[in-house]
Design a protein around this ligand. Structure first.
Ligand SMILES: C[S@@+](CC[C@H](N)C(=O)[O-])C[C@H]1O[C@@H](n2cnc3c(N)ncnc32)[C@H](O)[C@@H]1O
Length: 271
């Protein structure tokens, strides 16, 4: 469905701001980059994943920001998979004839085995429980050719190891405030999950979790984007309440949250 300005509507636009998932609330405010380490960590991760000329599959492209960056690198092909049909329509509009975007769960895409050379997924594993994370990681493994790379950009916990009581408290506060069952992990825990699925770790990068800091937003959304966000937030009381609530939580736990990106490799076949 299209909005009056010709764009596909935002996901969850039929839900009240007070109950919509945090990332779609931020999108409603005007944010387009919805991952914890921002575009800087995305770009570092894409560099490490070596995408140029490759068959790329993206899990959960959201609003298509990373899809556009990757397509500019000259890919052999692009396929996106998001569970939300409104997100799929948005990303298909960004990608046009340069790729295909399908509505499916990343746990079971229905796509052909070994059909991708790189699988990319940002800010989507964090919102799954342990079983969901493992199912998505093994689907990435199935979809990759031998030697292919899986690049993830997610929410991390620090220090590593973190006190388990603090981690539980933080997960509960995140779930209550973002209205998403967010389950971030430490570097060791993310790496172990990937290794247990058969991947080997090639590269790990960090950038601060600064989703709602002014400096990050100017870098990611541009000055005009920030002005649009500030105007939207000033005009809408419910939006303001949700955004300020999330910002306060991120600030309170700034020492324990980080953006983390990992590039992992599927083994090549034995000679
Ligand atoms: C926080 S947004 C991130 C969007 C984008 N990757 C970004 O970083 O800006 C989460 C995205 O994950 C998608 N998503 C969540 N769970 C999913 C699943 N199991 N399979 C496919 N997509 C999923 C949502 O629809 C949404 O587009």
């Amino acid at each position: 469905m299209k909005t009056s300005n010709g764009e596909s509507r935002l996901p969850q636009s039929d839900r009240a701001t007070s109950v919509a998932a945090g990332h779609w609330v931020l999108a409603r405010a005007g944010k387009r980059v919805l991952r914890p380490g921002g575009l800087k960590l995305t770009n570092r991760m894409l560099e490490a994943a070596d995408l140029s000329g490759k068959k790329v599959l993206e899990f959960a492209p959201g609003l298509g920001r990373t899809a556009a960056i990757m397509l500019d690198k000259g890919l052999a092909s692009y396929t996106g998979v998001d569970e939300d049909p409104d997100a799929v329509a948005r990303v298909q509009a960004v990608v046009g004839s340069r790729g295909t975007v399908v509505t499916a769960q990343a746990q079971s895409t229905g796509l052909e085995s070994e059909s991708a050379e790189v699988v990319v997924g940002e800010a989507m594993l964090t919102m799954q429980g342990d079983k969901g994370k493992r199912a998505i990681i093994s689907e990435a493994f199935r979809l990759l050719e031998p030697g292919g790379r899986y690049a993830i950009h997610e929410l991390g916990l620090t220090p590593d190891p973190i006190d388990t009581e603090l981690a539980d408290q933080l997960r509960q506060r995140l779930a209550r405030t973002i209205r998403v069952n967010a389950r971030p992990l430490t570097r060791t825990e993310w790496c172990e999950l990937l290794e247990q699925a058969g991947f080997s770790i090639e590269w790990v990068g960090f950038e601060p979790m600064a989703l709602l800091s002014m400096r990050r937003n100017i870098a990611d959304e541009g000055l005009s984007g920030v002005i649009r966000i500030l105007r939207n937030v000033a005009r809408d009381k419910d939006l303001r309440h949700r955004v300020l609530e999330m910002r306060a939580l991120f600030k309170e736990y700034s020492e324990n949250l980080t953006g983390i990106a990992i590039v992992a490799r599927k083994p090549t076949l034995e000679p």
